[in-house]
Design a binder for this molecule. Sequence first.
Ligand code: ZN
Length: 214
Amino acid sequence: MPTLKRFNIKILGIATIVAIAFLVQACAPRLSPQQSCNFVMSNENQRVSWGPAAPVILYVDSSVPSEFYGAIQGAVATWNQSLGREVLKIGGWSSAYPRESQDGVNVIYFVKDWSDSIRDKQAITTIHWAGDRIFEADIRVNGNSRHFEYFWGPSIIAGRVDFESLLLHEFGHVLGLEHPQVEVQGTVMARRLDDATLRRTPAPFDVNDLKCEY
Ligand SMILES: [Zn+2]
C-alpha cells in the first residue's frame, strides 16, 4: 500500500510551497542520487518534476479577478520563452473545482477569506507527486484585501504586490522548484517579494535550474 506523506516546508517569507507525495514502497532498484538543481527531491533523491507530461495545463478559477488574466498569461509566456519550449499552458477559466483538493486538475485560486493566521503568505502552491513525477499542482493566492492588494500592468502601484511577479514564482514551484538554499541576486525563487516591486524575468540561474528537467 502506498503511504501518504505530507511535507509542509515552512519558511519565514511570503510564498510557501506545500508538497504532498505518495511514496510507493516497491522492490525497485536503487537509483543514484541526482543533483537537486533546487528542485523538490523525492525520498530516492531524485528531482520531482512533470517530466514528459509537460506542458502543465492550468485552469484559472472564477475567483481570480479577470484583470489579472494578462498577468497569469505573461508569467506563463515568460517561463516558456526562457526555456525555449512550452512547459506551462492555460486551459481557460473554470468554476468546476470550487476548492483546492487533489482532483487531478491544476487550478489557480484567489482566496478572499484567507486566514489571518497565515496572513504573511502571499500564496501557497501545493504539488502532488508519486515517485519522482508530479501529477497535480494547485496555486492559492492570498486574496484577502486586509493582507495584500495586487496590481498588474506597466505602472507600479505603491503598497501593492505585482501579480505577475508572484505568479512567476508560484509557477516555478508548480514545475518543481524549491526556494534556493542560497538566494542568488535576481532569482525569482527568492522567498520574499516586496510590494511595488517588479520581478518578472527569471535569472539565468533559475532557467538553468529548470533546464535540469525541462
Ligand atoms: Zn515560494
